[in-house]
Design a protein around this ligand. Sequence first.
Ligand SMILES: [Zn+2]
Length: 479
Amino acid sequence: MLRVLRSVWYGRRQIMDPIIAVVGATGTGKSKLAVDLACRFNGEIINGDAMQMYRGLPIITNQIPVEERNGIPHHLLSCVGFEEEAWRIGHFKQEALRLIDDIRSRGKIPVLVGGTHYYTQAVLFKDSLVGEGKEPEDLDAPESMEASTGVTSTSEKWPILDAAPEVMMEKLREVDPAMAARWHPKDGRKIRRSLEIYFTTGRPASEIYAEQKASKSDALVKEEGLLRFKDTMIFWVHAEKETLDTRLASRVDTMIEQGLMEEAQTMSDYLKNKQLEGIEVDQTRGVWVSIGFKEMAPYFAALDNAESSESELEKLKAACIEQIRIATRQYGVSQVKWIRNKLWRALSEAGMIRRLYLLDSTDVSKWKQCITDPSEQLYQIMLQGEPTPDPKSLSSLANEVFGAKEAKARTQSTDTTCHFCEICQRTMAGEEQYKNHLISKYHKGAIKSAARKAERDAYFQKRELEAKQQSDGANTPEQ
Ligand SMILES: [Zn+2]
């Protein structure tokens, strides 16, 4: 009995690795929900916002004030200086994973919160298997190569990469037939990419992909999908568009009241001092691109020049603040887009869309009812190992957003994987086309003739075998 209990306990231990993530646009109250959940479930918070990692800019980066943290430890907040670059994804992932282990070793629950959603996604998902449009990790910056227009360094070196798809396809069939079979002959972008990998690494892309897949596919990975932690629960704090826009606009006013200008001034002074020291600071990256500073930069420059009149300065200041409003709104839109597209797609690929719950924060006065209570219940349902409810069922906003996602996924099958029919030796783009092909007259005819051919082959094979046996028998000496 004891032994049984122990094995059950071990079994449970192995699969219990709960983690909570809170995502959403800036100004929706992510940090507040994270604190609520950490208080309720004995958690510690890991900040997943690249800009909030900078020290000395609590207002510009919208950090949660200490008095609202309820004594909950917040990791990776205010931990880097102005002179440092924002952390690369790999660096963040490594540090966050280390902290997750550390938090768990103290019997606590990690709560990951932040608006830099690619940080969050890198922590929550295992490195995705290399598939269509995704790149092997050991190849450098292929995205940027594709994104750049015109002549790239690779096509300068290998002019065939600029050739027509058919020409590239011919070459690909020669050097990497397995990849050639995967792509539609007209899909120049994918054909080009496979060739590019072959040229730059000297190895067929199919070989590299197969290797990566083999190294990652132990039984556990397959069973649990692509989520790094089986018990992952993601809360998306969202609001209706109008509400969100108004909130973001008023957030900028609040920031100004709280001291945005003073923080921006500090940053501007830092730059000036560096300039005096003869150090040129790259303002296209790091903390210098944070919303609230870069928009104010022209104002501080004019202030220094001392050539503008008082009223001109005021006008400029107002224009800069308007720019902050615009940038904030755009940032919010891009954050939501990330969740709707990349995060949702990753979850649906992992078969885990029931782990992303939209919580409607449109009416802040119903925070407990609409945000805290449902999030606590959902997390508990997951912990008990029970099936979690349909995310659409939570609110009308959730129904609207997820319903649209699901409908879209159903109708315009986003699947563009190429299927190759061995029998007809034909390539089809997408599941839909492939299905249609399988029921087509052409394919059925091909099956029939293939069957006839197989029959013929079997007949001749049998005859050959019989003939061989006869001649073997004739040659075997009697014992
Ligand atoms: Zn076929």
